[in-house]
Ligand binder design. Sequence first.
Ligand SMILES: [Zn+2]
Length: 195
Amino acid sequence: MATRPRVQGAWVRYVRQQNLTLVGETADLHEFLFGSERNDLARVRPVLLDLQHGRCFYCNRGIVGETAHVDHFVAWARYPVDLAHNFVLADSRCNGKKRDRLPACPPAWTERNAQYGAQLGDALGQHGIVGELATSNRVAQWAYAQTEAAHGLTWLRGRDGTAGGDVAGPDPSMNGKRRRLSPDISPPLAHRVPT
Ligand SMILES: [Zn+2]
């Protein structure tokens, strides 16, 4: 498409102006932002299927490999770069309902990455996907902070809520206990981001 380079150029400039710290010391910002478009997410699926024991990240139901959706935890619409630690596997129901909203279960995501982050980074890094956990953490922090500042909605298995602390409800690791969202976001993300 003829307009694509111009759009990409504008996006690169926007990212440089707004969020340079997110991409850290990556030398070629354009490559970092758009090289990932070539990634074949079919290669990601079996890695996540194994990691999640064949279950949906959001609802914990069993899923068949061929119908499993490789989902960007922080949606592609918000941050259009493939990052290894930003991928989760979801069934079609959760993937369809979540759309581009932020999930209201960041603790489950940080716990997953704390436990399997190295494995995930190695496996997907072999396919040319950025496998630095610190980068994914910075992006998630930025996305949740933006959503909270804008009083935006998060998604929790079919229900909406705000990112500012009004959301309470189970995530797959919580066994139905209710929790406020906001206090749980920053500490686990922040303490893993190198200074
Ligand atoms: Zn699900």
